[in-house]
Design a protein around this ligand. Structure first.
Ligand code: PLP
Length: 411
């Protein structure tokens, strides 16, 4: 007979979900209230304004979609693409490919800009595609390509889109809260993320933000949005303002407590400090891996700090290493996806999981398992990481060129 389920206690250092902060888990367990309860409506307002802070935007249309990141992706294409529209889609990993499918399922035509897996999106190729397709309505790309660990230049790509009179549609599932992202300063039109990566929250919610210009396009569509559930014109009646909310769907009440708590944690830490923390632990992990003789796949200036793709050493059994890490060390790292399947491991340092204890655990565990497999593996990983930790903490010193706003939301 089935009984209660008690999951094993893992350390999650894969591509997501990442470790959930204990305060977020505690929030999740609070009593459920009605999704139109005045107290809940107050929480929804706070979630919106905290998301505006996380995205660095004043966009009124900023809220979580009640479903995972894939639903955030689908929301953007379903609302912004009409049958017959041309969309330039950048593909440098798995998730660009999914964008293409979304465009085509909305009746649009996707013009693909292909880049090697493990590299950033090439701005020159995008510019050429925009020039060659003056009828394109949108440019879609992934800020943080989780399948490869590559970071693309969102600010420059959005500027290109604007120059060519296109909307930008940005996948920030793995970037929000982990690396610099400034929706208003960079002129992003439509962006979606996920709760389970750098926000240290449980999976199942997709924060989104849409500029007024893009919202206007959605309001003026000539065809209804094909998906009733994801139609932002309808969702906004629920996520709109104050007391005027009307029933659209039953919100995942407890998951929204969890998202609220994770955003409060982010605000308490401060965005810049969260970005700097991810960077610091990445440097320690990368130094440790390199000292052990392992190579990161992505060139340094295009690397994500929160997702480290590392080549699997010659002759090592990929699946067996991951199995032993889980079995003996309770540590999850990710396998390669698509073109990189069997060639890389993906080591996440996302949100609450980006900490010194995890970096050292991962290096010690990998060294142990690789040596037991008979692989060539240097033993200086922990020392190299510790050397990085002895350097001054940039979180105290560094201030980015333009500081984040502590409250970007309208009063
Ligand atoms: N986009 C990117 C870049 C992702 O990494 C993921 C998930 O890993 C998704 C979209 C889809 O998100 P979800 O799995 O939450 O549906």
């Amino acid at each position: 007979m089935a009984g209660s389920f008690y999951p094993p206690q893992r350390t999650l250092m894969g591509p997501g979900p990442s470790d959930v902060h204990p305060r977020v888990l505690a929030a999740l367990a609070r009593p459920t209230i009605g999704h139109l309860d005045p107290a809940f409506v107050g929480l929804m307002d706070e979630v919106k304004s905290l998301l505006q802070y996380a995205f660095q935007t004043r966009n009124a249309l900023t809220m979580p979609v009640s479903a995972p990141g894939s639903a955030g992706m689908e929301t953007m294409f379903a609302n912004l693409v009409e049958p017959g529209d041309t969309v330039i889609v950048c593909e440098n990993g798995v998730f660009g490919g999914r964008m293409r499918e979304n465009v085509e399922r909305c009746g649009g035509q996707a013009i693909m800009v292909q880049d090697d897996w493990g590299r950033a999106v090439d701005l020159n190729k995008v510019e050429t595609a925009l020039k060659d397709n003056p009828d394109a309505v949108a440019l879609a790309f992934v800020h943080a390509e989780t399948s490869t660990g590559a970071r693309s230049d969102t600010e420059a790509l959005c500027a290109l889109a604007r120059e060519h009179d296109c909307f930008s549609i940005v996948d920030a599932v793995t970037s929000l809260g982990g690396i610099e992202l400034r929706v208003d300063d960079w002129g992003v039109d439509a962006i979606y993320s996920g709760s389970q990566k750098c926000l240290s929250c449980v999976p199942g919610l997709s924060p989104i933000s849409v500029s007024e210009k893009a919202a206007e396009r959605i309001r003026k569509r000539s065809t209804p949005v094909q998906s009733w559930f994801l139609d932002l014109n309808l969702v906004m009646n629920y996520w709109g303002t104050g007391e005027q909310r009307s029933y659209h769907h039953t919100a995942p009440v407890n998951s929204l407590y969890a998202l609220h708590e994770s955003l409060v944690l982010l605000k308490e830490e401060g965005l810049e400090r969260a970005w700097a923390r991810h960077e610091r632990h990445h440097r320690a992990l990368a130094a440790g891996l390199e000292a052990m003789g392992m190579q990161l796949v992505v060139p340094q200036d295009e690397r994500l700090v929160q997702l480290n793709a590392v080549s699997i050493p010659e002759g090592v059994d990929d699946a067996e290493v991951r199995r032993l890490l889980l079995l003996d060390w309770n540590l999850e790292i990710g396998a390669g996806l698509g073109a990189l399947a069997g060639k890389v491991w993906r080591i996440g340092l996302m949100g609450h999981a980006a900490n010194k204890k995890n970096v050292l655990l991962c290096l010690a565990a990998l060294q142990d398992v690789l040596q037991r497999q008979g692989a060539q593996c240097g033993s200086g990983g922990l020392e190299a990481a510790e050397a990085v930790y002895r350097q001054p903490d940039r979180r105290q010193a560094a201030r980015p060129a333009s500081p984040v706003s502590s409250c970007v939301c309208p009063p």
